[in-house]
Design a protein around this ligand. Structure first.
Ligand code: 2NL
Length: 357
């Protein structure tokens, strides 16, 4: 029995893995294992012999089982040690860079405005930012002595030496896009033209490049009443209110007749703007019925067609809606400013409201 004990304890100690250990278990204490066979032979012994051999065999079985269990756990520990030595994680490595980009408030507001007018049947039109005197001024019935044309307001592109043609200019509004659209598609037409515009002006409240959205709706019987409804729907949707009063103040633009500046009802409390309540008024846009000369210049017969147009500054709309007090935030490359106003990285606006993450 001592031989058996020495044999198995040595084999167990030398086992290289769990499979070898299992084989030894079957061989020693399994149903047909060596120890079990010996136990079966107890029956043939005399009672005196059995009294000694029985407990000894049982003790041997327990000892081998204990040795198997101890070796099994030692093998498991060794396997874990080996993994820990080869597979390791450097928790001091710098984190993977996160995208820091974010939708710009101007882009978001442009999308919001486009989506609202799209619901009212307006298509988005685009055109060149560098254009000619004709499309930017003449076609719009802006006389050559008009202050907007003066060198101090308009950026003129220079021509090559000896080229005496009129210089190209940076558009000062997106109206030329609408003139080109009317030329191309004729009437009826219902479009908005959002985009960058340029004026030689730079102070606390003006930047030489800013953003405008103009709207144009031409048909056989489009009236100022239609203009008022459209603008009211727009203001309610954009500022997310159920009711708002609009005030049309008579004004003058060369390209519309009659012309009106539009104020919206609002309140200012502790520097917080609320649209659609209170008894303050805030000007947000200019509008009017398109001047017959402008229709004619764009190839539309003013005896057959009429309609309205309007122009809104996008930058100011964005500041009002998102409580951004300073124009400079739009040009600041420091993302902390935009984040401060709720423009977090990876918020992408969808056309139907809400954000896709
Ligand atoms: C403003 C507001 C306005 C228009 C823009 C327009 C465009 C065409 C024909 C007629 Cl193609 N009008 N746009 C109309 C009224 C106002 O802009 O305050 N501008 C100085």
């Amino acid at each position: 029995m001592d031989d058996l004990r020495d044999k198995y304890l040595t084999l167990i100690n030398d086992a290289g893995d769990e499979a070898a250990l299992e084989e030894l278990r079957v061989q020693a204490v399994g149903k047909k294992g060596e120890i079990s066979l010996q136990m079966r032979s107890l029956g043939k012994m005399s009672p005196e012999e059995r009294q000694v051999a029985g407990p000894a065999l049982n003790a041997l079985k327990d000892e081998i089982n204990a040795a198997l269990a101890a070796k099994k756990s030692a093998l498991a520990d060794a396997a874990l040690d080996a993994r820990l030595a080869t597979e390791w994680l450097d928790v001091t490595l710098p984190a993977r860079p996160q995208r820091q980009g974010s939708i710009h408030p101007i882009s978001q507001v442009t999308e919001e405005v486009s989506a609202i007018f799209a619901d009212m049947g307006f298509a988005v039109a685009e055109g060149p930012q560098i254009d000619t005197d004709w499309y930017v001024f003449d076609a719009l019935n802006i006389p050559s002595h008009h202050p907007a044309r003066a060198e101090m307001d308009t950026f003129y592109m220079s021509r090559a030496e000896g080229d005496d043609r009129a210089p190209h200019i940076l558009r000062t509004h997106t109206s030329p896009v609408q003139i080109r659209s009317m030329e191309k598609q004729g009437a009826p037409i219902r479009i908005i033209a959002p985009g960058r515009v340029y004026r030689a002006d730079y102070d606390q409240t003006h930047t030489p490049m800013f953003h405008q959205v103009e709207g144009l709706c031409i048909g056989k019987d489009v009236s100022m009443a239609n203009l008022k409804w459209c603008l009211e729907e727009f203001v309610k949707a954009f500022f997310e209110v159920d009711h708002v009063e609009l005030r049309f103040r008579a004004s003058h633009f060369p390209f519309t007749e009659p012309s009106a500046e539009v104020d919206i009802q609002c309140s200012w409390e502790n520097g917080v703007l609320k649209v659609g309540e209170g008894d303050d008024w805030m000007e947000i846009l200019g509008s009017g019925m398109v001047h017959p000369k402008v229709l004619e210049n764009a190839g539309v017969d003013p005896k057959e067609y009429q309609g309205f147009a309007f122009g809104i500054g996008i930058d100011r709309l964005a500041m009002l809606k998102y409580g951004i007090p300073d124009l400079r935030a739009f040009f600041d490359s420091d993302l902390r400013w935009l984040k401060h106003y709720g423009f977090t990285p990876l918020d992408v606006p969808t056309l139907h409201g809400g954000l896709s993450k």
